[in-house]
Ligand binder design. Structure first.
Ligand code: PLP
Length: 396
């Protein structure tokens, strides 16, 4: 059996997205920047995609949508733009959170080296940023607040509308990395007072290689790729027309189907939580109160996350320990550490992220395999032996 439970890392391409993009790989492969009708048809399709994305974000204007190559690029451009605009006014302080994606954290680290000041907010034990903490961190020289919509490892959703209202009141630009939210949670950039928003097609059933940045009218946006005048001069490079068209089709489909899909995915996830939290000395990371439908993150004491993944892989289950981007490093996830999960426990974490394409049979398979795998690994673990003998304190 093959069970894909790593939708937070990437998703399959939907039939809708594939069918929407195919003509642009076969017959309609013109360059949108050319003047003849063949190119102009591609340009018009691109504008149609822009309108679709704008509508999915809650009455954004198509002029406020910029296509990029991925979520990371959108995050980089948003933060660097804010920083540059802020620096021009002598405002060189940015606020974000300790558990952002590395696309945000590493950009901020780079900006710090370039002379900016960065405050990273605590996400408390439940993985939720407090609006009061944001308010307390804003200074006279703050140019930007960047708080992710939903966390990619633990799935917690942040109080975006409240933070948006706060930032609007203070005249600070508010950016949100909505890569895990777009297509999975309702987004309204107007109602939520979002100034900039990043999303990525491959997290909602479009192919890899197309992303978007929403940037509100009158918020300065700078280009970091020099070249042609594509994307109204804000992002040079011939557009990934087929990828962008797939992104728009997939986003629309995900948003249209959200009322049916979200409860179904949530119910499957709840079955996972129900079954897996029965494993002794396990814990769920992050509050389940404000949460994306598909993601659950657990720790099993006395278990090495990587070893668990290998056992699951043998049973055909694709899952993750921390984020795909952090794997390969032996450090425990910065996200779990930011929630105050002890190092020893953070090493034994498992992220399951399911989606619209999973079935109840998939959940059954996971529920059959994981408890055995945990038991097998504990039987071989010197740490577990010490715990059993009372030589070590249980952490959960
Ligand atoms: C996947 C992800 C990104 C990066 O998106 P890419 O398109 O892979 O560059 C950024 N932020 C979050 C929260 C993500 O989950």
């Amino acid at each position: 059996m093959f069970v894909y439970a790593d939708n937070a890392a990437t998703t399959c391409v939907s039939k809708t997205a594939l069918e929407a993009m195919l003509p642009y790989l076969t017959d309609e492969w013109g360059n949108p920047s050319t003047l003849y009708a063949f190119g102009q048809r591609a340009a018009e399709s691109l504008e149609q995609a822009r309108r679709t994305v704008a509508v999915c974000l809650g009455s954004a204007s198509p002029k406020e949508i910029y296509f990029t190559s991925c979520g990371s690029e959108s995050d980089n451009q948003a933060l660097r733009s804010c920083a540059r605009a802020g620096a021009r006014k002598g405002k060189k302080h940015l606020i974000s959170t300790a558990f952002e994606h590395h696309a945000v954290l590493h950009t901020l680290r780079q900006l710090e080296k370039e002379g900016f000041a960065v405050t990273l907010l605590d996400v408390h034990g439940d993985g939720v940023v407090r609006v009061e903490d944001v308010a307390a961190a804003i200074r006279d020289d703050t140019c930007c607040v960047s708080v992710m919509f939903a966390n990619n490892e633990v799935g917690t959703v942040q109080p975006i509308a409240e933070i948006g209202a706060l930032c609007r009141g203070k005249g600070v630009i508010f950016h949100t990395d909505a890569v895990q939210a777009a297509g999975h949670l309702p987004i309204d950039v107007q109602a939520m007072n979002i100034d900039m928003l990043s999303l990525s097609g491959h997290k909602f059933h479009a192919p890899k290689g197309a992303g978007a940045l929403y940037c509100r009218k009158n918020i300065p946006l700078y280009s970091f790729i020099e070249g042609g005048a594509q994307e109204r001069g804000k992002r040079a490079g011939t557009e990934n027309v087929a990828g962008i068209i797939a992104l728009a089709a997939a986003l629309k489909e995900s948003c249209d189907r959200m009322p049916q899909d979200a409860p179904r995915v949530t119910a499957m996830r709840d079955r996972l939580i129900e079954g897996l939290s029965r494993i002794p000395h396990s814990r769920i990371n992050g509050s389940l109160e404000h949460h994306v439908p598909g993601t659950v993150n657990l720790c099993f004491e006395g278990v090495e996350g990587e070893s668990l993944l290998l056992l699951l892989d043998r049973e055909g289950i694709c899952a993750s320990s921390g984020s795909a981007c952090a794997s390969g490093s032996l450090d425990p996830s910065h996200v779990l550490l930011s929630l105050g999960v002890p190092h020893e426990l953070a090493h034994g974490s498992l992220r399951l992220s399911i989606g619209e394409y999973n079935t109840d049979a998939d959940i059954d398979h996971i529920l059959n395999v994981v408890p055995h795998a945990v038991e097998t690994l504990r039987a071989q673990s010197p740490i577990w032996a010490e715990l059993e003998q009372g030589k070590r304190e249980h952490l959960c």
